[in-house]
Design a protein around this ligand. Structure first.
Ligand SMILES: [Zn+2]
Length: 329
């Protein structure tokens, strides 16, 4: 089994967070923006901890200033992702980074991203869908325009609404207005929780935001009653083990709860989150899952089946992607 060529589905990535460092350095040079402080000697992104990671991430985003930049970004990201066997990817996109939450500007950025996604689908056989994302540490008020952008552009490319950013800022209920607005527009929902906030944050997120998927969710492992609720409500976890290891949300691969959650019957999926930041790829995630937990082709096939079933795209897209997951004849 080649971990790299095995067809894969990943549900939890952040578009800007997937930006190859060389791509961001190139944009910074073009625009004469000095962000040299965010890079390590080896050319990768450098950060100390989760809060510093958010600062470095936002500094990298200052180079992305126009729809054309996002068209180029989308293409660069999909080339890299497709090289690791990914045939379907969902990515968080933020109106805050694309026109400052203005709906008209957002539509221009979106058109550029969709354009690149279509080109990548034709050339590389990878499908990309977007999940509009509110940034939690910008506060509940700032998430409202994001949810409005989601409601106004929900359709073929934008297939979900979610929330990322600093998990310990506020409680889930503070953000209910945005999630309610998105739900009323018929948009599928996900939210980061349980990466830092433990089982309580996961439980509140399910109760107050009524999401179908949880980003990370690993904190749920400590609460058997919550695991029962996750099973009963058929909630899917977007687990990003390599991200958790690098940001020290867990002590290491050996103590990562993904295997325990899977053994408890929870629907787990695997994604890279922000791969160049965490020195990971989908190939590396699979290799580490194999090395740490002995997962083989059967387990990986199940991960992908679960992920495709939980994808926010329409059934026609799912059927098309399912064909790419079938073993070669
Ligand atoms: Zn994330």
């Amino acid at each position: 089994m080649s971990f790299q060529t095995l067809p894969k589905v990943e549900l939890h990535t952040h578009l800007e967070g997937c930006a190859p460092p060389a791509f961001i350095r190139g944009l910074a040079a073009e625009k004469k923006i000095d962000i040299s402080g965010i890079f390590a000697d080896d050319g990768g992104y450098a950060f100390r901890d989760f809060d510093h990671f958010l600062q470095v991430y936002e500094a990298a985003c200052t180079t992305l200033q126009s729809p054309e930049d996002f068209r180029r970004l989308t293409m660069a990201v999909l080339e890299e992702t497709a090289a690791h066997g990914v045939v379907y990817m969902e990515t968080f996109v933020s109106p805050d980074f694309c026109g400052g939450g203005d709906l008209a500007a957002w539509k221009d950025y979106l058109a550029a991203m969709e354009d690149a996604a279509q080109e990548a689908e034709d050339k590389l056989g990878i499908t990309l869908k977007g999940i509009v994302t509110g940034i939690r540490h910008f506060g509940p008020e700032a998430c409202k325009p994001a949810a409005k952008c989601a409601a106004e552009t929900f359709g073929d490319f934008i297939t979900g609404y979610g929330m990322a950013g600093g998990e310990m800022v506020g409680r889930p209920a503070d953000y209910a207005y945005s999630f309610d607005m998105a739900r009323e527009a018929g948009i599928p929902l996900t939210c980061h929780a349980g990466e830092w906030g433990g089982a309580t944050m996961v439980a509140e997120t399910i109760r107050d935001l009524k999401v179908a998927r949880i980003g990370h969710g690993i904190g749920a492992v400590d609460d058997p009653a919550l695991i029962d609720e996750i099973l009963e409500k058929d909630i899917v976890l977007e687990v990003c083990p390599g991200s958790n290891v690098v940001l020290k949300a867990v002590n290491g691969w050996n103590s990562h709860p993904i295997a325990k959650l899977r053994d408890a019957g929870v629907k787990v999926t695997v994604s890279t989150d922000d791969p160049p930041f965490f020195h990971t790829t989908m190939t590396a995630e699979y290799a580490m899952l194999h090395q740490t937990f002995g997962w083989e082709e059967e387990e990986f096939a199940m991960l992908n089946k679960t992920a495709l079933a939980a994808a926010f795209c329409d059934d026609a897209t799912k059927a098309r992607v399912a064909k790419r997951l079938e073993p070669a004849q």
